[in-house]
Design a protein. Structure first.
Length: 305
């Protein structure tokens, strides 16, 4: 397995499990240390790895990211990275999650944005947190070591409290119906990738999960080789655990497997509504200036069709 890869396809997962005389589900905990090695926590030096099994049979990695020089709330939690990784790869459902440490309250809340969140099964692999894993009466069945998310957050607050039942949740298709405002742009970008970058950011905004503020947004990054990475804003019913679009795009950059430094990010475009009640521009600019000072950042405004 490529040590920098963040997705394992179902066929390879089956083969890996077979070679180790395990089921795919039993394989998940053994991959957590590999995920931890990919984390980027230069402030805490505390590496968190999360490994998820999707309904397609694919395995996904998630890691924590920290950004020196910025407030801690700009950080990305491993579970947020994992869910974004599923979204980037059009994975419709997270079924099981193995993680190196007990999910913090922030992540337990963020996971509530998934359809059927209480039924997502979690296994904590660190020895000090093994007590959090509920073992059923069938102790010989390793699958039973996974604990439902509902046990980690028994009195949940989430989409059911604020949204109608037919509103799409995280990992479900979003079609926000946004298009560019022809006369509302804060600047002009230069280079061969102008249109590609701009429309990638619009596509990300159209896939954004923002049912609470109704302010979808998206970011597209381009590296020095011209490769584009896009990320969509993802809201939480509790507001604070929401993942900004620039962090989502950085996840796409890291998850691409290149392993390059952030200074390789050469350009960025944010697309958001001109009349948005919450704005991503200033915090996105702050983060990008901190991690890649030479990155050219532009904002384009959109409207709902």
């Amino acid at each position: 397995m490529d040590p920098t890869r963040f997705v394992i396809n179902s066929a390879e997962a089956e083969q890996m499990a077979k070679q180790s005389d395990q089921t795919v589900l039993q394989l998940l905990p053994s991959l957590v240390k590999s995920a931890q090695a990919l984390a980027r926590p230069p402030i805490s030096n505390y590496h968190v790895g999360a490994v998820g099994l999707g309904s397609s049979g694919r395995i996904f990695f998630g890691v924590n990211l920290e950004f020196p020089g910025l407030p801690l709330n700009h950080s990305v939690h491993a579970e947020q990275f994992l869910i974004t990784n599923l979204s980037l790869n059009a994975e419709p459902r997270l079924k099981y999650l193995a993680v190196s440490a007990a999910p913090c309250g922030h992540c337990r809340q963020f996971l509530q944005e998934l359809r059927g969140a209480p039924d997502v099964k979690i296994l904590i692999t660190s020895s000090e947190d093994e007590k959090e894993n509920k073992i059923s009466n069938n102790c010989n069945n390793k699958n039973q070591e996974f604990t439902p998310l509902s046990d980690f957050l028994p009195h949940r607050f989430g989409p059911d409290d604020l949204l109608e039942k037919d509103v799409p949740l995280l990992l479900e298709p979003h079609r926000n119906g946004l298009s560019f405002c022809s006369d509302l742009c804060n600047g002009k970008i230069n280079g061969d990738n102008d249109d590609d970058l701009k429309y990638a950011a619009l596509e990300a905004a159209n896939m954004s999960h923002a049912p609470y503020s109704r302010c979808p947004s998206g970011v597209a990054l381009v590296d020095v080789e011209g490769k584009i990475y896009k990320g969509s804003y993802m809201e939480s019913a509790a507001y604070n655990p929401s993942l900004p679009p620039v962090q989502a795009a950085i996840i796409a950059y890291v998850a691409s497997g290149g392993g390059g430094g952030y200074e390789r990010i050469a350009g960025a475009v944010l697309v958001e509504k001109a009349d948005a009640v919450i704005k991503q521009e200033h915090t996105a600019r702050l983060l990008l200036q901190s991690i890649s000072p030479k990155c050219e950042f532009q904002v384009f405004y959109c409207k709902k069709n």
